[in-house]
Design a protein around this ligand. Structure first.
Ligand code: ADP
Ligand code: GN1
Ligand code: MG
Length: 379
């Protein structure tokens, strides 16, 4: 977790041509550039010439090994999950099978990753064309389709046989553990940033009981462990540019044993607020009930068949919990000196934290209405 993370040793601009040459890409490198707005990995889009025909694009990604300490195990998870997805799509004779799942382009030694001269771990995926991962939601149809895609992802993952997946970040959604990490960061306060943050710290401490609600139900066996995505922010599903259909779930680094509620909660966190995650005008921040209703409809269209009663009962609450947890993580990272999430300005993590906590308050006001929406869809 954050407290033990050191700064990344590999931060120079990579030679993408050399990286691409490590993989079995049967085309000539043309150019590449940094891509996307993820907070964790270093992502590049690269174009290749394939026998002089239309250029073909790939995603080249350097895994953040400060965050993911066991990249080989992580890639084992991703290989298993993506192979399983492709097999099911081919079995169903899906006409766009390779656009509907990430697929790992193998390195020359057959592995799903390659290590560069600086010890960086790289992987390559075909670029999913004509689809977009949205940082900000534009309409209810996108909410519905994104939630349906993540629900279908869980359904598909449930059929993955074999050994339990590796936990790529142990305790990733263990909110009580996240709370302890925050307390430790407040205690250590290495940069003297805690002064002046009493309001944010009190906000969390007064909600300590919320933090353990889901983990307690898991421990009691009331909520089952499932293979879940665990990072279902809206921009981690690519939606078709024309139809808005959920084309491909991406960012599979955290696909591992978890709870369906972690996935639904993070969708609420990212698809229902009226501002973006780092927006600083919090005066009008609210949870859009129309978006929430679309999420519930989309998610349940895929997941209703397998969720149990306790999961359904906690769908609305999961939005509050995952938003609180994310705010706790941003605050912890701010206190520790921004060592985990990529930032674009000095107080970026603090802005994100304040935004998340304001959204927790907005959810608290809406919870009864949210419960009614879930009941109307499941009653
Ligand atoms: P991070 O863990 O840093 O969020 P992601 O795996 O989500 O990294 O990738 C960052 C961004 O790159 C995504 O939000 C998406 O816009 C883009 N991206 C990732 N994989 C693909 C892909 N196969 N095709 C098209 N775009 C992709
Ligand atoms: C990170 O990787 P990305 O940008 O999709 C983070 C999530 C947070 C999110 C907050 C592995 O997601 O857990 O909810 O930022 N991913 C990891 O925006 O920590
Ligand atoms: Mg991402």
């Amino acid at each position: 977790m954050s407290a033990s993370i050191k700064s990344h040793p590999v931060s120079t601009a990579p030679n993408l041509r050399e990286i691409a040459a490590l993989f079995d890409i049967r085309a000539d490198f043309v150019h590449g550039f940094p891509y996307g707005s993820g907070h964790i990995n270093d992502t590049y889009c690269a174009s290749f010439d394939q026998a002089g025909l239309t250029p073909i694009r790939y995603i080249l990604q350097r895994i953040n090994t400060n965050v993911f300490r066991t990249p080989v195990q992580l890639m084992e998870n991703i290989s298993r999950v993506t192979r399983h997805s492709l097999e099911r799509l081919i079995e169903a004779e899906h006409p766009e099978a390779r656009r509907r799942t990430l697929t790992c382009i193998p390195a020359h030694d057959g592995k799903a990753y390659a290590v560069d001269d600086f010890g960086g771990y790289w992987r390559v995926y075909p670029f999913i064309e004509r689809a977009t991962g949205h940082d900000e939601i534009q309409n209810n149809e996108q909410a519905f389709q994104a939630a349906k895609a993540f629900g279908n992802f869980q359904k598909l993952a449930a059929g993955l046989g074999g050994e339990r997946l590796h936990e790529t970040i142990p305790g990733f959604h263990d909110t009580p553990q996240r709370l302890e990490a925050l307390k430790a960061a407040i205690g250590a306060d290495p940069l003297g940033r805690a002064a002046g943050l009493e309001a944010e710290i009190d906000f969390v401490l007064s909600r300590a009981a919320d933090c353990s609600r889901i983990t307690d139900l898991i421990t009691a066996g009331v909520i089952p462990e499932r293979v879940t995505h665990n990072d279902t922010k809206l921009n981690n599903v690519l939606l078709d540019d024309e139809t808005s259909e959920g084309v491909c779930v991406i960012d599979l680094d955290t696909t591992m044993p978890g709870s369906a509620l972690y996935d639904f909660g993070d969708m609420v966190r990212t698809a229902t607020p009226s501002t973006r995650e780092d927006g600083t005008d919090l005066s009008k921040l609210d949870l859009r009930m129309d978006r929430f209703e679309a999420l519930v409809g989309g998610y349940l269209s895929a997941a209703r068949s397998f969720l149990n009663a306790a999961e359904v009962e906690n769908l609305a609450f999961s939005g509050k919990l995952l938003t609180l947890e994310c705010g706790i993580r941003f605050l912890t990272d701010f206190l520790l000196g921004d060592v985990y999430f990529k930032i674009k300005r000095p107080e970026h993590n603090l802005d994100r934290c304040r935004n998340q906590f304001a959204f927790v308050s907005a959810i608290e006001k809406r919870l009864p209405e949210m419960e009614d929406v879930v009941a109307a869809h499941t009653g």
